[in-house]
Design a protein around this ligand. Structure first.
Ligand SMILES: [Fe+2]
Length: 345
């Protein structure tokens, strides 16, 4: 197996390739470094088979969409990833083959709901689940310290102690660790109960990273152009959230809300389907097409997407345009499907 860390900075991108087939994967590529990655692939004579984001990143723009456009590499993310244009959704226990190299997927939520770790032979790529002598913060939307503790202690720590551990970030110049070293000496996890980990993580008091929404919302929506002015965090936080069950009840009343689906057309008609009677306006077209909803300005509008993330953005945009009764389907069509509620395709 060929292996390299490519960024030489705080954000880590890993290159993994099969020596026999010269198929390669990039794990967590960063948008500013696309040329560097393509040059390195050419240097090794490799074709890019897959780009894998270990989670939806909040601190940098992903290069996945651009690399997919340039090389046709598959974009791979966890099923819970909110963005469109993911070619392969994976779940816990699945294997991503890169030539002869098998990357085993662990679902390791906590930092984000869609966090995965990837294990092959002697090493594990842990994303922001566990870092070297640290762990990824869990105070962003969808984060959960308890889930993160479980993922680290029952999944990552179930690997052999000598397994090399490569996280998505390091802020102190470390390049690798081992599972055994982190079990023994990770100050956030070693010797800590689940509850004391939750208390610790919920009281870190970290400031939000600068420009978080400028990275997060394009990554969540795969919108590359600057045509959309994304809402602020406080605007997003004000969006009214409805569970799938609450929406189902509302649909049975005489005051049926308008259902606005903001996914891409292929998702609307794809595997998850859509709720009967939904209007489709993809998020990237919403600012220009909101006028189509103008007659309904006083009516209840519930916005829907894959995971409930893009639709929260859409709901905040509509609220900003003067729509007064906008809500969001929490968990999106993934949650609707998990509740086995009816869909059309
Ligand atoms: Fe992260």
């Amino acid at each position: 197996m060929l292996f390299r860390e490519l960024n030489r900075g705080k954000c880590k991108t890993y290159f993994v390739a099969c020596e026999r087939t010269h198929k390669a994967a990039l794990i967590d590529p960063v948008r500013e470094k696309v040329e560097r990655y393509l040059a390195l692939l050419a240097y090794y004579g490799c074709t890019l088979d897959a780009v894998i984001d270990t989670h939806t990143h909040a601190d940098h723009r992903t290069a996945s969409w651009e690399l997919h456009d340039l090389t046709d590499a598959r974009v791979v993310m966890h099923r819970r990833a909110p963005a469109p244009h993911v070619d392969v959704h994976v779940e816990d226990g699945q294997v991503i083959p890169i030539g002869d190299v098998n990357l085993h997927v662990f679902h390791t939520p906590g930092h984000t709901p869609d966090s995965i770790s990837l294990y092959t032979n002697d090493r594990v790529f842990t994303g922001d689940t566990i870092l070297i002598h640290g762990t990824g913060r869990c105070d962003f939307a969808g984060g959960d310290a308890g889930e993160q503790y479980d993922a680290i202690t029952t999944k990552i720590f179930s690997l052999p102690d000598e397994t090399l551990l490569f996280p998505a970030h390091d802020y102190r110049g470390h390049t690798q660790s081992t599972v055994g070293e982190e079990k023994r000496a990770n100050p956030r996890v070693a010797g800590r109960t689940r509850q004391s980990y939750i208390d610790l993580m919920n009281n870190l008091g970290l400031p939000l990273p600068q420009g978080i929404q400028e990275s997060l919302q394009p990554n969540q929506s795969a919108i590359e152009d600057e045509s959309i002015k994304f809402p602020t965090l406080s605007e997003l936080n004000q969006v009214r959230q409805l569970s799938a069950k609450e929406l189902q009840l509302k649909l049975m009343t005489s005051q049926r809300p308008i259902l606005l689906d903001v996914r891409e057309p292929d998702e609307f008609r794809g595997e998850l389907g859509h709720i009967s009677g939904s209007i489709l306006i993809p998020l990237k077209e919403l600012p220009a097409r909101a006028g189509e909803l103008e007659v309904d300005k006083s009516r209840d509008i519930i916005v829907i997407c894959r995971a409930g993330v893009r639709s929260t953005t859409a709901a905040a945009i509509l609220t900003g345009l003067g729509f007064e009764h906008v809500g969001n389907l929490k968990g999106g069509m993934l949650e609707w499907a998990d509740q086995r509620l009816p869909v059309e395709r």
